[in-house]
Ligand binder design. Sequence first.
Ligand code: ADP
Ligand code: MG
Length: 335
Amino acid sequence: MAEDAIVVDESLGSETLLDLRSLSVTYQTDQGPVPAVRGVDLTVRRGEVVGVAGESGCGKSTLASTVLRLQPATATVTGEVLVSGADVITMRWGELRALRWAGASIVFQGALHALNPVQSVGAQIGEPIRIHEPGIEDSEVTARISELLQQVGLSPSRAAMYPHQLSGGQRQRVMIAMALACRPALIVADEPTTALDVMVQAQVLGVLEKLVKDLDVGMMIISHDLSVLASSCDRIVVMYAGRVVEEGPAHAVFDRALHPYTAALSAAFPRVGDPAARFAPAGLAGDPPDPTSRPPGCSFAPRCPLAIEACREAEPELREIEPGRWAACIRVGEP
Ligand code: ADP
Ligand code: MG
């Protein structure tokens, strides 16, 4: 078999672009193992926007890094990471390189500050195209840059500008254009709008949502802010202490949370323009547990208003409560 051939798992539907199966990631540190992600199952299909929500420290960025095997060498990964059916964990370097260019792309948290200040944004968008397609004509690269800028809602004339000449929202659009440059089928955006003010956040998320439908790709958007995901995603996966605690259609999860953690998270981040939000208690008291010293039983129990004795005994299974709606809480569905 040629080195760069990608082995496709025929049992998967061709429409499944990302399939994480029982994924666990543990960092080995001087202080001992840090279990950051614990047994996560997650899929993203073509044409779908999946949101991953959860407070800082819940394992979201760790999860994202495994999609292209970009986790640090100190991380031990178990389970499966399938991108378009190909197993990223065991894939050879040649295949991985091909995947990193054209199979999937990740817009990392804080990437807004990663643009080169002394190079025009057009040149920066063109760079991955030139590396991926050596020998491509300059006129073709220029045409692709114009097309990409238009796809993210910017005028092609922006290509000649430098990052400091653009607003935060425009720079974030440039980052998205760079992620699209090699036409990946799957895009992972880690906190793509966190540095932006709320109105600009809504615009950038609108751009992402439209791209998924127009280009027929799949996208995973990560945010600690559930309200941001509610309006731009098809499905939401809520993570707490490295595990999935709830999953379901975006609006159902946001408006009618099943897990008490999801309910607390949506109360902490009210929807933009909701007049009731001004009176709601802002924030969510306390912090997620340190992965090295998780409490016994349900990790959320110490902060949960509904916790009972049984919650501290065993970690609850993720159960299908209603068709398409999953939650890991023993109290959900109680009469
Ligand atoms: P999130 O993106 O949800 O904020 P992260 O995936 O960044 O969560 O982190 C999950 C947990 O893993 C945290 O407890 C964090 O401190 C720990 N962690 C992240 N990266 C490393 C690393 N390179 N080495 C050790 N621990 C790490
Ligand atoms: Mg993160």
